[in-house]
Design a protein around this ligand. Structure first.
Ligand code: PMP
Length: 422
């Protein structure tokens, strides 16, 4: 029987059933990290209780089983994103490491002085700093796509003006972790091809929430982190077409990534092993595979539909609470989003209040939201604020929880008004 989303799904997530500060927990910090279903918790404990052993090395039964489960996990991730071949999936520590891998392999091999890399002002620091480091080493020039004049999404007209024959790489966030806007990936991919540039998409906020197919997405690489799609932390992945991965030299050296080692040189294993030096996060990778399989069985189309529903409700309840609330990013039905909708997260500020004070008071009411710059400092500068609070929903959140959040926010605003008025 297929699982229903929302309230019926909550029994799969034991952590959700608790009180925080005397109130039922309302967990709305899913863009930072998601909670884990029984299927994932079981995969982790099965690994340690039944077959823990190092992978790819031993011939004994436990090692063979661990290796099989580890490689099955790779295949489950491949299936989640529509990859043709599981050898196109490189297991990394997280999305951040996956981007650094591309910068330090393909980037160092291909980027020359004066070459241009197109990023945007809305990137997570994970998609800014690795390219700054690469530019410092290679003499590349970083160009940044601006926001539209209303500051809700990336300005594709500006993007077009940045393209040139010197553009070698475009690396953009697929779904923004602050604005919630969804990139027109097909258009960007077409433009990238037209100038002969490679395209990397930061899919941290899209893999968990929508049905992706890397064979039609148009990207050369995508990256994501397991912990945001119901899997364990400490593991993520890089997907790249196999031909491209084969062109990429090694980054970290050590065991597992080699073919033959001599005292003064080595030959390297084919991808993905070439990029997986050292003992990997074995149980966590198996947990990531369990998460990918669990989500796929849940149905990513249904996940997307449910989140459009709850995300729209969240946006509408929040923005109609008070005229002092500024919510960032496009409104759910904004025609300029080209029918791509928006993520089920809302970053916001309340006029006159600090985002951190807002989230602290919400925590007193059992509501978990994040405040700060969400690892997007340049974006917050563009928005003209140092920080924002962010409520982000996932498959197990309910309309009643959105109501509880909005009621707690109303009390929070009232509390500070009373303090300031007193
Ligand atoms: N990009 C985006 C859009 C994100 O939301 C995040 C996580 N906040 C990251 C990159 C980095 O993910 P991680 O820290 O797991 O590498």
């Amino acid at each position: 029987a297929s699982l229903q989303l929302g309230a019926p799904l909550r029994s799969q997530f034991p952590i959700l059933d608790q009180t925080v500060n005397g109130h039922p927990l309302v967990y709305l910090d899913n863009a930072a990290t998601s909670q884990k279903p029984h299927a994932v918790l079981r995969a982790l404990s099965d690994c340690y209780q039944e077959y823990n052993a190092n992978v790819h090395r031993g011939v004994h039964a436990l090692s063979a089983r661990a290796t099989q489960e580890y490689e099955d996990a790779r295949a489950k991730v491949a299936a989640l994103i529509g990859a043709r071949n599981s050898r196109e999936v490189v297991i990394t520590r997280n999305a951040t490491e996956a981007i650094n891998l591309v910068a330090n392999t393909w980037g160092l091999q291909n980027i020359k002085p004066g070459d241009e890399i197109i990023l945007s002002v809305a990137e997570h620091h994970a998609n800014l700093v690795p390219w700054q480091l690469l530019a410092a080493r290679t003499g590349a020039v970083l160009r940044h796509v601006r926001l539209t004049p209303d500051r809700t999404q990336l300005d594709m007209n500006h993007f077009r003006t940045l393209l040139s024959p010197r553009t070698r790489l475009i690396s953009l966030v697929h779904v923004s972790n602050v604005l919630g806007c969804v990139l027109d990936a097909a258009y960007v991919a077409e433009q990238a091809r037209a100038v002969g540039a490679r395209l990397l998409l930061d899919c941290c906020q899209s893999v968990p929430h929508s049905s992706l197919d890397v064979t039609t997405l148009g990207a050369d690489w995508i990256v994501a982190s397991s912990h945001k799609f119901c899997g364990p932390s400490g593991v993520g992945f890089l997907w790249g077409s196999y031909e491209l991965l084969e062109e990429m030299g090694p980054w970290m050296g050590g065991g597992e990534m080699i073919q033959d080692v001599f005292l003064d040189h080595s030959t390297y294993a084919p991808p993905p092993a070439r990029f997986e030096a050292g003992t990997p996060a074995i149980a966590e990778t198996i947990g990531m595979g369990a998460a990918a399989e669990w989500l796929r069985e849940l149905g990513m189309g249904r996940v997307h539909d449910y989140e459009q529903e709850i995300g729209t409700y969240l946006w509408e309840r929040l923005t109609s609470l008070s005229p002092r609330i500024t919510a960032y990013g496009p409104a759910p039905g904004d025609p300029r989003s080209g029918g791509r909708g928006r993520a089920s997260l809302v970053a916001f500020n309340v006029e006159g209040l600090h985002a951190t004070d807002v989230s602290t008071l919400l925590d007193h009411a059992g509501v978990a939201v994040r405040s700060g710059h969400h690892c997007a400092q340049p974006l917050h500068r563009e928005l003209g604020v140092p920080a924002s609070a962010r409520a982000s929903a996932y498959i197990y959140n309910t309309a009643a929880e959105v109501d509880a959040f909005v009621a707690a926010l109303k009390d929070t605003i009232q509390f500070f008004d009373d303090v300031h008025g007193a």
